[in-house]
Each structure stands twice: as structure tokens, then as C-alpha cells.
Design a protein around this ligand. Sequence first.
Ligand code: S3P
Length: 182
Amino acid sequence: MRSPARSIVLVGLMGAGKTSLGKRLSKIFNLPFFDSDAEIEKAAGCSVAEIFARFGEAYFRDGERRVIERILAGAPCVMATGGGSFMDDRIREVVKDRALSIWLRADLDTLVKRTTKRRDDRPLLKDGDPRDILRKLIEQRYPVYGEADIVIDVGDEPPEKTSERVHKIIVSHINADAEPTN
Ligand code: S3P
């Protein structure tokens, strides 16, 4: 499978399926996979929830920016990003510059359903009703996520179907990029 010359960055809210799709795409394209949350946890030696609790969100965001910049400075890869990262101007800039960004757009019901299992790992969903919180995040973030290169609607289909769809769209982008312009 021909690999993209640029990294593939997955953007979207918690529960959109960035990590599971990212792992599948990394296999399909034979590229390394990174999860920005997991990289921050590795660097900090504790979980995202602990970083929020002990040092606060601003500290987490700073680490998130550094991790994403470092990963995108390297060889092409597939990266699943934390849901808040694309809201940061500098991160958006580096993603636009170095990667093909894909927003996994999910509706509220899908997100609520998919985040119920791992609420403890997600500090933003702990204080309040997750549905209300996710609804507000959709309002705030979806207009900005819309700056991604590609938008994919995700719902209740099996993950292999989603990865098949996304794979085809990425390949058509790679081919379009490779076409001579004159
Ligand atoms: C966050 C999403 C989380 C994690 C942190 C904050 C957010 O990542 O980075 O809890 O602001 O939406 P996932 O989107 O991978 O759950």
C-alpha cells in the first residue's frame, strides 16, 4: 500500500473513535501509530486524569502541544489527538502544515454512548452530566474542527467499515496530490 508522504492526524471529540481508527489506518498504511494522550502519559509518568488533578488543565495543554509538535516534526505517522488539541491555534497550524487532518464527526448520542465506559479517564466528563458537557463541546468545537482537511461522519457502523471508508478517501487525496497540475 502506497504510504502518504504526510502524517495523518485524527481529530474529534472524546468517543469519536480516533484511537481505534488510527490503529487500523497505521496497519493499512504501514506507518507508526501515536496517541497524543498516551505520549503525554508516558512523558509525565502518570495518567491524563492525574495530570489534570495534580497540575491543572493548562499544564496538560502545554504538554499536549509539545508532544504533538514533536511527533509531527518526525517521519510520517498516524496520530490520534486528544479532543481539545485542535482547538489550540499553534497545534492547528502545525497540523495544517505537516499533516492530512481528518475530523471524525459524531453525533451527540454516539459520543454519549461511547464515553460512558471510560468516564474516569476523561476529566472533562467527570463534573456534571456527560450529555450536557458533550453538547456544549460540540457547540464550541465543531466549527473549529471543521477546519480539518477531511470530514468523516461516524456513527454506529462497525469499525472495519469506517476504516475502509476513510482509507478510500485518503487514497483519493494522495492520488489527487500526486496529479500533475498542468
Ligand atoms: C480531552 C480529550 C481527551 C484528553 C483529555 C481532554 C478534551 O482525549 O486529551 O481528557 O479536551 O476533549 P480523547 O479525545 O482521546 O478522549
